[in-house]
Ligand binder design. Structure first.
Ligand SMILES: Nc1nc2c([nH]c(=O)n2[C@@H]2O[C@H](COP(=O)(O)OP(=O)(O)OP(=O)(O)O)[C@@H](O)[C@H]2O)c(=O)[nH]1
Length: 135
């Protein structure tokens, strides 16, 4: 990416179920699935606050701050904004469901990180985040 590439900075979540599958979401009108999360708001106290707010808005679930694990910062070409780069601070977190598609989320799915198959998945998730969970 060049120095002039527009960066989209987000906080993103890896949420796993009892079988180890990872929760992905697809925004309305988008072609690919990606991690739940989103951009920071000025009123957010910290990144976990951003994440809890986004997860509640998008999925109606309650994130647990305790046990949150910072996985790192990752970047890739943005899924929905041509020519932009997404830079994501990513946490593995637990959340209490039920999980349902809300607000701008049209669909959600649980994916085996070792075998995502041919589901359309954003590059950040497919190339960098899902592989972190494969031992
Ligand atoms: N949330 C999220 N965004 C991602 C991921 N991968 C990726 O390329 N992106 C890009 O980053 C953009 C972030 O926008 P967003 O829609 O999640 O942010 P937001 O909820 O704050 O939206 P808003 O701008 O409508 O308030 C997405 O449109 C997408 O192009 C990902 O794993 N999670």
């Amino acid at each position: 990416m060049s120095a002039t590439t527009t960066r989209i900075e987000i906080v993103a979540a890896m949420i796993r179920d009892a079988e180890g599958r990872v929760l992905l979401v697809r925004k309305r009108g988008a072609a690919v699935f990606q991690q739940p999360g989103g951009k920071r708001d000025p009123g957010d106290a910290d990144d976990l606050h951003t994440l809890a707010r986004e997860l509640e808005e998008e999925l109606g679930c309650r994130m647990r701050r305790e046990g949150a694990r910072l996985l790192g910062s990752f970047s890739a070409p943005a899924a929905n904004e041509p020519g932009c780069e997404v830079v994501a601070v990513v946490y593995e977190v637990a959340a209490d469901g039920p999980f349902e598609a809300r607000a701008e989320i049209e669909a959600l799915c649980w994916v085996d990180p070792a075998q995502p198959g041919d589901l359309p998945i954003a590059r950040l998730s497919r190339e960098q985040l899902l592989p972190l969970l494969v031992s």
